[in-house]
Design a binder for this molecule. Structure first.
Ligand code: K1U
Ligand code: ZN
Length: 174
């Protein structure tokens, strides 16, 4: 029987605020099943990234696909970490599949180098800027229990959380 689609946790679910643990070699079988389902959930949402804690799995694992020119470019990142970040900062609008319909300008290092393991167990590095740099930092934040709203003032953060709660109540009421 086909597995049901993964559902994405919505803030303020406490699992989104929990630091995920590193993936270990013995997690390989679970990850092999999880990764295609994470891509499926991410494309269906639709989104350009998804971290395991967003589907209630406390592992340091995320998937990204910016689909430049509508061409699939899937990347799996196992135990990703930022090994270098520019002093220069960049501000861009971010969204989050765990905060549907909520957007805000977030300021982060403009350029980062991220080291991670791939599905074959090889260590890789990406140095990038622009949307991919923001997305990588956003997904690694999820692994540390940090949401994009945590980069905003308490006033803006609470405004977004209140608006989200209201929209979720209205959605539940049909
Ligand atoms: O982790 C997530 O919640 C996914 C999030 C990633 C992200 C978006 C923007 C800046 C940084 C990180 C999303 O994918 S939100 C949806 C989104 O941005 C999008 C959806 C469809 C097409 C293009 C973008
Ligand atoms: Zn997110």
């Amino acid at each position: 029987m086909p597995a049901s689609p993964l559902s994405i946790l919505i803030a303020p679910d406490p699992r989104l605020k929990t630091r995920a643990r590193p993936v270990r070699p013995e997690d390989g079988a679970e990850i092999a099943v999880l990764v295609p389902r994470m891509f499926e959930a991410m494309y269906a949402a639709p989104g350009i990234g998804l971290a395991a804690p967003q589907i209630g799995v406390g592992l340091r694992l995320c998937v990204i696909d910016l689909q430049p020119d509508d061409t699939p470019a899937p990347v799996v990142l196992i135990n990703p970490s930022i090994v270098a970040a520019s002093a220069e900062m960049a501000t861009r609008e971010e969204g989050c599949l765990s905060l549907p319909n909520q957007y805000a300008d977030v300021t982060r290092p403009a350029r980062v180098t991220v080291r991670f393991g791939d599905l074959a167990g090889k260590t890789r590095e990406i140095t990038t800027d622009g949307l991919l740099a923001a997305c990588l930092q956003h997904e690694i934040d999820h692994l540390d229990g940090i949401l994009f709203i945590d980069h905003l003032s308490p006033l803006k953060r609470n405004m977004i959380l209140r608006r989200l709660a209201k929209e979720q109540r209205q959605k539940a009421a049909g």
